[in-house]
Each structure stands twice: as structure tokens, then as C-alpha cells.
Design a protein around this ligand. Structure first.
Ligand SMILES: Cc1cn([C@@H]2O[C@H](COP(=O)(O)OP(=O)(O)OP(=O)(O)O)[C@@H](O)[C@H]2O)c(=O)[nH]c1=O
Length: 623
């Protein structure tokens, strides 16, 4: 893809996204940018009336968010990032600035104000280049904003409330998400769609192009433009140039201090006439028709190497060793792990290249996210799921060609077993059972908070998590809703092995574990039943038995909470979920409307869907 040359400039840098917004993370991840997420603690409380224009407020808020993270990392974590990116999205209507609603009433006020009208969405973006001199943080700040105009249809009260009850508005500026259900409210969009979603990617790439490939004096011509330079400014740039043209060497020629005398005007996207400068060719003299590197395809070609490097480093517990002691040299790690020095060094370098480790002259060390997600004792460790991916999914995926030809799961080829019964497979050996439970625990623990808070569940006094395995979600529910009693109902083989997954500090009443088979045994009584990562695994006949049973067990007013990754209506997004389907289980991944239809068939109504931005979404329906 043509965007890669400029993003490629960031590959060797420690890039930090100072934002908790899952949408920003996704937009940047989707174009292959590698970065660490450090959400900002800056409170969005700047006095709005002190800004002459709404975009100035968004830019200043973005700047404060990013500066807070840069300072905190420098002072507290003693790790100065190279680049911190901050952003702030606001909605502006009738000269008012709307941020995220504080509650449903607030969402109602915002959405009724937007109904039938055109409004502007501004995202302010700040790119901070950081360095440390004499232990002082030095920053060079680049900022810009983007405006997109959006018009809503007239919204009926009923539609408005139904939308608010979906839970979608709550973490979104203006109280809507154009990328999901909120898209249905929109009559037209003028401008960059991704800007509305939370990050103006196109403008960001242009800005980087401007910073990293500043035009040289002899190759520029002055042209009058109606807007910012065309996308060719960065599309035509090859990545083949040497590192000497990186930002550091060229920063003198950037807008901050331009030796060529070229001043880059402050930009806007709303058609204000500005003088701007575009290069006739990039500074390598590479012409526009030079071969472009299809980076997305190359990334896909190499994806298996990256996955396997992660799997092997996890299996060898390298991240655990580095969490206990760092920095460490390759030879020391090889010695501890019992591997070859040359092989270990290559693996460690690969992990550093992938952004999982930092390589310093003193040795290798984990990044913060590696400590959190990859060390096996990290609070939100994915270790169990990674080992499951290596030992179970990898062999299955090596037979993908046969799976596609035959349309069936490849257990027999991958494991020499004819059985299609996933759970019998898993529970036959103690080792496989523990691995499978650790994998399920990883995902359940990581997603528990978002699933438990997707809806206000405080009205339910008793809940039963069917197939709740280690009880990760059950514990989180009891922590969040202290008046709720939660039972986990799962196969005896699973219940017998839950003890090592229980939280060390029990700050709530204990979760009750009951063993049984949800297809054949009576279900424990509850006001709220939960099916987390169950429905996608089973064929329709089994789902029929299960949902019929739950529906019968539910009293009027009881509810069912389904936690699954919900596909978009086209069933091509999120790609992670679409790819999961290739395992060829007898079940399937479903879109929001498919879940709604399925649940309605069993007498559940008022279905609400919350896309959480985490690995699992939540669907709540009532009997
Ligand atoms: C209009 C619109 C907004 N959003 C989201 O609204 C949040 C804005 O809030 P923010 O303060 O800029 O960001 P945040 O989520 O609080 O994160 P942080 O950067 O940590 O402050 C961001 O999430 C955006 O995606 C959507 O997802 N879709 C839309 O159509």
C-alpha cells in the first residue's frame, strides 16, 4: 500500500498512542502501525468558552492528553518514548461543543439536538517527538485538526431511545458511533469518515510526510491549492531511502524551523485557501511511477513468521524470565531457558523488531504491554490463549487448504483423531485440559470488565454463567454488582480444575460452581443467564436444545446475556473474527441482526447489542 513509506518511518521508533479509544487503536493498527497504548490521565475539563473556535479546544485537549503521557513516561517510568500521538474528537452544533455523554439523559439531549441537522465533527491531533537531554524531557509538537460535516435524519423518540438503550452512545463524542448502529442515523457525510470515527488517518499521513520528507529547496514549486496538498504528497514517496533522511536529521527543515524558507501554513480541511508547497519528486529523485511496495500483502506473507515467533517466545517463557530480571543478554536467557545462543538471539531480535521487547546495549527487556499481556502472570495475560493457538490452532490452520476443500474441521489430520467432539478432545488429557482452560481463562479475564459493564445489570440478583469455566466473568460480575450471586455451571471435568484460576484475594462472596451438562441437565435457577463464547462453537441443532432450555428456565423479566464477537452486517469485520471461522467448527460467527433473530426465535425480546471494542461484545435480551 502506498501509505506505508511514511508510516514505515515510524517502524524503528517507540510510538505511543495516548488514547484509550479502541477506534483510534484499530484505525492505526489496521494500517500496520506498531505502537504502545498508554491512555492519558488528562481530564477533559478545559474551559470551552476560552477558545475562539471549537477545533482549538479539540487541538488543545489532544495536546494536553499527549503531553501528560509523554511526561509520565519520562518521569515515572523512566522511559522516554520517541513519539506520542494524542487525539480528541468533539461534535460541534449550534456553537456548542458536545463530548461523550455522562448518562443516558445526556445522550438523549445530545442526539435530539443533532436530529435533522448538519453538525461538524472535529478531531484535533497532536504528534509529539520526544527526547531526553540531561534528564529533561524535550518535545517538538506538531498539531492539526480535521473537520467533517455530518447530517442526521429526523430521529423519532422511539428510535432515539432504542439507540440510547443499545449502550452505543456512551463512550462516543456527540453520543453516536457512525461506524456502527449510529450509521443508521446519518443522511450524509462530507469529508473524512475516519475523522468522525476518531482519527483522521489521511491528514495524519500527510502530516508525517511533511515532517519526514520535507521538500528540498530545488525541488519545490509554489502552487495555489484550495486545500491541503493532494494525497500524492505521501503516496508517491518510496521507502527506499536511507535512514539519514529520517525525522531527526530533517527536523530542521520541518515546519518547526524551515531552512529552505518554506513555511507550511496551519491547515484546515474546510476549503480555506492556503498557500502550500508540494514536492515535484521526492528527495531521492524517485518518480511517481516507481514500483510501490505492497506492504499489506508483504505483511500478510510474513504474518505466520511473526505469529510463530510470538508463540515460541511465549512457550519458552522468555517474557517471564525478562519480567523477573531485565535487561538480560541473549546468552543469559539461552542459558536459563536451555536453548542455543544463536537461535535465542535471533528470536529475541525478532521480538524486538515486532515491538514485543526493547533492545538496549545492556540487553533485552519487556515493554509494558509485554509485561501485562504476555508474561504468564500478567494481570491480563494472554499466555494461555497463545499456547492454545500454538498447540491447537496452528496445527489446524496448517491444514486450511484441506479444510476449505472439504468444508470440515481438520482434527483428524492435525491430531490423528477422527472425533469432531471438541470438548471430549480437550478433556481427555490433563495437560490439554489445563491448556484449554488457561486459554479460556485468558480471554474471559481480559474481556470480563467490558462484558460485565456493557449493560447495567444491577437489577439481577442471581446470575448463572453457563459454560463459565474458571469463573473469571463470574468474579468480575460479583465485584461490579455486590448484590448479585453468581453460579458457574460447567462440565464436571472443568469444575474439578478451577481452583488454580481463582483470584488470590477474595474481595467478594465466593462464586458457586455447579457441575453439569447444559445440554442434558437441569439448569440452576437464575434471573440472568449468561452464554459467553458458547454459541459460536455449536451447530444449530445443539443451539436449539440449549436456547430452548434457557428460555424455559427463564421467568418473565429474566434475561440472557450473550458474550460473543459480533460481526458487522456484511460479515467482513472485524477480520480477527472472520478469520476464526476458518477453524471450521460446526458453529458459526454471527452478525448483530443474526443474534437478534436467533434469540427472538426462543421468545427473547428487546435485544440490545453493545460493541465493546474488546475481544467480546455483549448482547442482552429479555424474556
Ligand atoms: C462521533 C464519533 C465518536 N466516536 C468516539 O468518540 C470518542 C471521542 O472521545 P475522545 O475524548 O476524543 O476519546 P476517548 O475515547 O475518551 O479516548 P482518549 O483519547 O483516551 O481520551 C472517541 O473514542 C471516538 O472514537 C466514535 O467511535 N464514533 C463516532 O461516530
Amino acid at each position: 500500500m502506498a501509505l506505508s513509506p511514511v508510516l514505515g518511518k515510524l517502524v524503528s521508533k517507540r510510538v505511543v498512542l495516548a488514547s484509550a479509544s479502541p477506534r483510534r487503536q484499530e484505525i492505526l493498527t489496521n494500517v500496520g502501525l506498531r505502537f504502545e497504548v498508554v491512555p492519558s490521565w488528562f481530564k477533559e475539563t478545559l474551559e470551552k468558552s476560552s477558545f475562539a473556535a471549537p477545533y482549538e479546544y479539540a487541538v488543545e485537549t489532544a495536546k494536553q492528553k499527549a503531553l501528560e503521557v509523554a511526561n509520565r513516561m519520562h518521569v515515572k517510568h523512566l522511559r522516554t518514548p520517541d513519539i506520542v500521538i494524542g487525539a480528541d474528537t468533539i461534535v460541534s452544533v449550534d456553537e456548542q461543543i458536545l463530548e461523550k455523554p455522562v448518562d443516558k439523559q445526556d445522550a438523549y439531549r445530545m442526539l435530539s439536538r443533532l436530529s435533522g441537522k448538519e453538525h461538524s465533527v472535529f478531531t484535533g491531533v497532536v504528534i509529539i517527538h520526544c527526547s531526553s537531554k540531561d534528564n529533561q524531557l524535550e518535545t517538538e509538537i506538531t498539531d492539526f485538526y480535521e473537520e467533517t460535516k455530518v447530517k442526521f435524519s429526523d430521529l423519532s423518540e422511539e428510535l432515539l431511545w432504542e439507540y440510547i438503550h443499545s449502550g452505543e452512545p456512551m463512550d462516543k463524542a456527540g453520543g453516536y458511533g457512525i461506524q456502527a448502529l449510529g450509521g443508521m442515523l446519518v443522511e450524509y457525510v462530507h469529508g473524512d469518515f475516519l475523522n468522525v470515527v476518531g482519527f483522521p488517518l489521511n491528514h495524519f499521513c500527510k502530516k508525517l510526510a511533511e515532517l519526514y520528507y520535507p521538500p528540498l529547496k530545488h525541488t519545490i514549486q509554489h502552487i495555489k491549492h484550495d486545500s491541503i496538498p493532494s494525497v500524492d504528497t505521501f503516496e508517491s514517496l518510496s521507502d527506499g531511502e536511507s535512514e539519514s533522511s529520517s525525522f531527526k536529521e530533517h527536523k530542521g527543515a520541518s515546519k518547526l524551523d524551515s531552512p529552505s524558507g518554506v513555511i507550511y501554513n496551519s491547515e484546515n480541511s474546510s476549503g480555506v485557501r492556503t498557500d502550500s508547497v508540494i514536492p515535484l519528486e521526492n528527495q531521492n529523485g524517485v518518480s511517481d511511477n516507481a514500483t510501490k511496495v505492497p506492504s499489506k500483502i508483504l505483511d500478510l506473507m510474513d504474518g505466520f513468521r511473526a505469529s510463530k515467533a510470538l508463540f515460541v517466545a511465549s512457550k519458552l517463557k522468555i517474557f517471564d524470565h525478562l519480567k523477573k530480571k531485565s535487561p538480560q543478554k541473549a546468552a543469559d536467557i539461552a542459558n536459563e531457558v536451555g536453548t542455543s545462543v544463536c537461535g535465542t538471539e535471533r528470536l529475541l531480535d525478532a521480538c524486538a523488531a515486532l515491538g514485543l521487547l526493547e533492545k538496549t546495549p545492556q540487553g533485552y527487556r519487556n515493554t509494558d504491554s509485554t509485561n501485562t499481556y504476555l508474561a504468564s502472570d500478567g494481570e491480563f495475560s494472554l499466555h494461555g490463549y497463545i499456547i492454545h493457538s500454538n498447540d491447537h490452532l496452528w496445527p489446524l490452520f496448517t491444514h486450511l487448504e484441506s479444510a476449505v476443500k472439504e468444508g470440515s474441521r481438520q482434527n483428524h489430520r492435525a491430531f490423528g483423531k477422527k472425533t469432531e467432539d471438541l470438548f471430549n478432545d480437550y478433556y481427555q488429557s490433563q495437560e490439554v485440559k489445563q491448556r484449554f482452560m488457561a486459554a479460556m481463562h485468558s480471554i474471559a479475564h481480559l474481556t470480563a470488565r467490558d462484558v460485565a459493564t456493557a449493560f447495567d445489570l444491577s437489577e439481577f440478583k442471581t446470575a448463572c454463567d453457563l459454560g463459565g469455566c474458571t469463573g473469571a466473568l463470574a468474579h468480575e460480575l460479583m465485584r461490579i454488582y455486590p448484590n448479585m450471586k453468581v453460579t458457574v455451571f460447567d462440565l464436571p471435568e472443568a469444575i474439578a480444575n478451577t481452583s488454580c484460576f481463582q483470584p488470590s484475594e477474595q474481595c467478594t462472596a465466593p462464586v458457586t460452581f455447579v457441575s453439569g451438562d447444559f445440554f442434558t441437565d437441569d439448569l440452576p435457577e437464575a434471573d440472568l443467564y449468561i452464554l459467553s463464547r458458547v454459541l459460536h462453537d455449536w451447530p444449530d441443532e445443539k443451539i436449539h436444545v440449549l436456547l430452548k432450555k434457557i428460555s424455559t428456565a427463564c421467568k418473565p423479566g429474566s434475561a440472557l446475556l450473550v458474550a460473543e464477537s459480533v460481526l458487522d452486517e456484511q460479515k467482513t469485520h472485524p477480520p480477527r473474527v472472520v478469520l476464526q471461522s476458518l477453524s471450521m467448527t460446526e458453529g458459526k460467527q454471527r452478525s448483530g441482526s443474526e443474534y437478534k433473530q436467533l434469540l427472538e426465535k426462543y421468545g427473547f425480546t428487546n435485544t440490545q447489542i453493545k460493541i465493546t471494542g474488546n475481544l467480546l461484545d455483549a448482547v442482552l435480551c429479555f424474556k
